[in-house]
Every structure is written in structure tokens, then in C-alpha cells.
Design a binder for this molecule. Structure first.
Ligand code: MG
Length: 160
């Protein structure tokens, strides 16, 4: 038996903050507003993991108003979700995610994001896919006011 989960997230652009996507710092920015490091991609993946395991969502496990998670490293959220999934008998088969933003151009960063996500999840980089799109100038993402991400995660029974 396998389990599939999906996740999505959106964060408002905040030029005063550092952009972190998929656990990778992207110096050219713009940054994103949020209680944690605002890593919209890791948040979507974390929600997909929790969803696949039917373990609730990121807001249930890491409430945004909780001072413990102020400026939190979102890699810790993904690790914690994967630990919960593992305790329930699941491990990741693959992760496929899409980030939507008008800028910066993400193509040069995608290999780094895939490697970083694989490292956080302790899986092979070949099990991780990150894609990037713009919104063609439409909606909040298209106007450069936000970045969004969606993710699908497949879980399979843990082998040991
Ligand atoms: Mg979020």
C-alpha cells in the first residue's frame, strides 16, 4: 500500500527579509513575510507529508503564533513531519513540488534545492523534483506580491 499527500502554501513578499526556498538561501531575494523563515516550498512539502500520513497539517503541529517557532528553520518542520510519518510506519517514495514566483529566476537554484531537500529528508536526490513557474503577470504571484508552492509526496511502507 502507498499513500499520497498534497500540500500548498503562499507567503507575501517582504523585501526586508532573506529569501529561503527549499532550505536554500537565495541572496538576490526578494524575501517572504512569515513567522518562521517563511520557506514556502518546505511548508508545502511538510503539509504533503503530513497529509499523506493523515497526521493533520503544519499549523496544527507548529502553530504560527507559537513563540517557539519565531524565525524557525523550516527544515526542522519537515524533519519533524517525516519523523511522525516514520513513527506511523511510512517513508518517502518521492517528492514533486512546484514554486510559483515572478522573480528571481529559480532555474539556477533548483539543483541546490533538490539536494538540500533530499538531505533534510535523508533520501536520494533522484527522489526529489522541484519545478518553477511564473504566473504570467496575473494574480498576487504575477504582480510580485507573493510566492506560492504546491507539493505532492508519495509515502511507502518503511522497510525497517
Ligand atoms: Mg507557510
Amino acid at each position: 500500500m502507498m499513500r499520497i499527500g498534497q500540500g500548498e502554501d503562499l507567503h507575501r513578499v517582504d523585501d526586508g527579509r532573506t529569501l529561503v526556498l527549499g532550505g536554500v538561501i537565495i541572496e538576490e531575494g526578494p524575501g517572504l513575510a512569515g513567522h518562521s523563515d517563511a520557506d514556502v516550498l518546505l511548508h508545502a512539502i511538510t503539509d504533503a507529508v503530513l497529509g499523506a500520513a493523515a497526521l493533520g497539517d503544519i499549523g496544527k503541529h507548529f502553530p504560527p503564533g507559537d513563540p517557539r517557532y519565531a524565525h524557525a528553520d523550516s527544515a526542522d518542520f519537515l524533519r519533524a513531519a517525516l519523523r511522525l510519518a516514520r513513527e506511523a510506519g511510512w517513508e518517502v517514495a518521492n517528492i514533486d513540488a512546484t514554486v510559483r514566483t515572478e522573480r528571481p529566476k529559480l532555474a539556477p537554484y533548483i539543483p541546490h534545492m533538490c539536494a538540500r531537500i533530499a538531505g533534510i529528508a535523508a533520501i536520494d536526490v533522484g527522489q526529489v523534483s522541484v519545478k518553477a513557474k511564473t504566473s504570467e503577470g496575473l494574480d498576487a504571484v504575477g504582480r510580485g506580491e507573493a510566492m506560492a508552492a504546491t507539493a505532492a509526496v508519495l509515502l511507502e511502507p518503511a522497510r525497517s
